[in-house]
Design a binder for this molecule. Structure first.
Ligand SMILES: [Zn+2]
Ligand SMILES: [Zn+2]
Ligand SMILES: [Zn+2]
Length: 144
């Protein structure tokens, strides 16, 4: 498997972009905080410790670029912030999230039980499904 950084370099080159220290620092932060679902502002605060001169607009644009290049993905937990995480399996299925409505804890679920549901929908609605986005809302074990 090629490293995420190699992958980034290659994809940037394909599109005629350069691997600037800012772009690298932004990806580094997301890589070093896997499973944390950082918001744009949180990423900005962390990147600033490495690149003090960086502005929020640059971080924002960098995140959009990384999303476009399919290296990270934007997630929405309905808390009013854009959050990002690494897409470590580029073609594989993406994990799902359990979101606690009380304390905001987010739990990642790796198992996917959606295949049989997809099959049923495809059959009943004559609709070809390419993907699904699911989030489960409820109470975590502590808040229950
Ligand atoms: Zn996640
Ligand atoms: Zn909770
Ligand atoms: Zn799924």
């Amino acid at each position: 498997m090629i490293s995420i950084l190699e992958n980034l370099k290659e994809k940037l080159k394909e599109k005629g972009y350069k691997l600037t220290p800012q772009r690298r620092a932004t990806l580094d932060i997301i890589m070093n905080h896997q499973g944390k679902h950082l918001s744009t502002e949180e990423i900005y605060d962390l990147v600033k410790t490495k690149c003090p001169e960086i502005g929020l607009a640059t971080v924002y644009r960098t995140l959009q670029l990384l999303d476009e290049l399919n290296l990270i993905t934007k997630i929405n937990f309905d808390d009013g912030c854009g959050r990002y995480e690494l897409k470590n399996h580029i073609d594989d299925h993406y994990h799902h999230h359990l979101i606690c409505l009380q304390c905001g804890t987010v739990i990642e679920v790796e198992v996917d039980l959606m295949e049989s549901l997809e099959e049923e929908i495809e059959e009943n609605y004559n609709f070809q499904i390419s993907d699904h986005k699911v989030k489960f809302l409820g109470l975590c074990s502590k808040c229950k």
